[in-house]
Design a protein around this ligand. Structure first.
Ligand code: SAM
Ligand code: DTB
Ligand code: SF4
Length: 325
């Protein structure tokens, strides 16, 4: 039985990342099979409940008010609109709905009350509800937990060093504090990052070092490939080579073996063969639906066809909190 470790060193993780590719995929697949059902993929649906106009300066983001992007600013959706979207996602087979807001942080106001109502409503439909609303306090995390929130997404994005080059309006520690608050409220933690920002392999490895060192590993780790957005400082970044994505997913699977590794943003730019390799490397979750938050994602039916070809089935309700180590 492979041991779940929290003491991986940067050198060890780097060695894993640099393993010859097919050997790396093979090792990740074995570990994946040891810890998880490799025939199942957890499907999440994303809904942007408040879009654009964000005060933060995250260089990759279409929703920052500082950049001139095509995104149309939209104030917080109404509860009934969100519940209708939840019905649609449920009918399509999604077991989780993730509600995203372009906020720096949650404020204690009527908007937050409305989000709590959304969480209660979606939860009552039997779906796992996830939110990604920016920074939250311990009390706010507890309020979300009381409303029935299942998971909270808050990415560390990259290494601490590279973070400063990508975002100046908040610190790595701010990010870690929110993750800590989420954990204290017993909400499932979803935290990962983006590759393709111009970071080095060492930055990627350092990000995995931070995640794998957490006392309790995140129950899910999204790995996003940058979707370059016109108008943002990273608009001209080259697309992430699929081999980098495969390496990153395999390395995540090996160092955080029990987690749900989500093949997140960037799938619209990937071939089916490339995605097959990502699943072989241990990815076991995707975002489905033709839109992520603001950028395109593969069509839902195309994804179901992909699952059929690969012989994968969407898991109805993944219990991500299966006594994590
Ligand atoms: N405002 C909240 C926050 O920053 O936590 C929630 C929404 S934010 C859009 C969620 C995550 O999406 C970011 O942390 C980042 O990892 C990812 N993301 C944003 N824009 C992206 C892009 N253009 N390409 C890939 N991933 C992106
Ligand atoms: C995550 O790691 N990826 C999702 C979700 N968490 C919220 C967001 C991807 C956003 C991609 C860019 C966009 O559509 O604006
Ligand atoms: Fe705002 Fe989140 Fe986009 Fe950063 S990533 S600009 S915090 S919406």
């Amino acid at each position: 039985m492979t041991e779940v470790r929290h003491n991986w060193t940067v050198e060890e993780i780097l060695d894993v990342y640099n393993t010859p590719l097919l050997e790396l995929v093979n090792r990740a697949q074995q570990i994946h099979r040891e810890f998880n059902n490799a025939g199942e993929v957890q499907v999440s649906s994303l809904l942007s409940i408040k879009t654009g106009g964000c005060v933060e300066d995250c260089s990759y983001c279409a929703q920052s008010a500082r950049y001139n992007t095509d995104v149309e600013v939209m104030k917080l959706m109404g509860v009934s609109q969100v519940l209708a979207a939840a019905d649609k996602a449920l009918a399509g087979g999604a077991s989780r709905l993730c509600l995203g807001a372009a906020w720096r942080e949650v404020k204690d106001n009527s908007d937050f009350e409305r989000v709590l109502e959304m969480v209660r409503g979606v939860n009552e439909k039997g779906m796992e509800v996830c939110c990604t609303l920016g920074m939250i306090s311990e009390t706010q995390a507890q309020q979300l937990a009381d409303a029935g929130l299942y998971a909270y997404n808050h990415n560390i994005d990259t290494s601490e060093d590279s973070y400063k080059k990508i975002i100046t309006t908040r610190s790595y520690d701010d990010r870690l504090d929110t993750i800590h608050n989420v954990r204290k409220a017993n909400i499932s933690v979803c935290s990962g990052g983006i590759i393709g920002l111009g970071e080095t392999v060492e930055d990627r490895v350092n990000m995995l070092k931070t995640l794998s060192s957490m006392e309790i590993h995140p129950e899910s780790v999204p790995i996003n490939a940058l979707v370059p957005v016109a108008g943002t400082p990273l608009e001209n970044q080259p697309l992430v080579p699929i081999w980098d994505m495969v390496r990153m997913i395999a390395t995540t699977r090996i160092v955080i073996p029990q987690t749900v590794v989500r093949l997140s943003a960037g799938r619209a730019q990937m071939s089916l063969e490339g995605q097959a390799l990502c699943f072989m490397a241990g990815a076991n979750s995707i975002f489905a639906g033709d839109k992520l938050l603001t950028t395109p994602n593969p069509d839902f039916n195309a994804d179901m066809e992909m699952f059929k070809i690969f012989g994968l089935t969407p898991s109805k309700s993944v219990k991500e909190v299966h006594s994590p180590s």
